[in-house]
Unconditional design. Structure first.
Length: 138
């Protein structure tokens, strides 16, 4: 019996604006249990085909974020399982609430990169009380 043809792992749709969107199924989000799709919009059908191929290769090579969790959600989950002394936990929660969540808490963790974190590492971005206790050297 010949092998069954594989169903394509993505498609292109035309938007009302006349642009085209490539959509590729990327699996199930392990944290939410919801289906994940990678999407990219292009100006022409040919560009959308290229985008579709690019997205399919990202999924095939597992180079896509597995979840859409935000930095704030990830930190909250970490705090739930981290074994910390009470005073350390209180300090971390204060620092996260005051400095991290307002600046990058709503960003998708998978899209976070060093450029986004660099301003947070600068000693001038921190208050004096924290500058003395936090080393910004790698």
């Amino acid at each position: 019996m010949p092998p069954r043809p594989r169903r394509p792992r993505g498609h292109i749709e035309e938007l009302p604006s006349g642009r085209f969107r490539a959509i590729v199924y990327a699996g199930i989000d392990p944290l939410t249990g919801r289906q994940r799709y990678l999407k990219e919009t292009a100006g022409s059908y040919g560009d959308a085909e290229n985008a579709l191929t690019r997205l399919q290769s990202r999924v095939h090579e597992n180079r896509h974020p597995r979840t859409a969790i935000t930095v704030g959600q990830a930190i909250t989950r970490w705090l739930d399982v981290a074994k910390l002394e009470d005073t350390t936990r209180d300090r971390y929660e204060d620092l996260i609430r005051i400095y991290i969540k307002p600046r990058i808490g709503d960003l998708v963790a998978g899209k976070l990169d060093a450029e986004m974190l660099e301003p947070l590492r600068a000693p001038a971005a921190l208050p004096r009380s924290v500058r003395r206790t936090v080393s910004c050297e790698p």
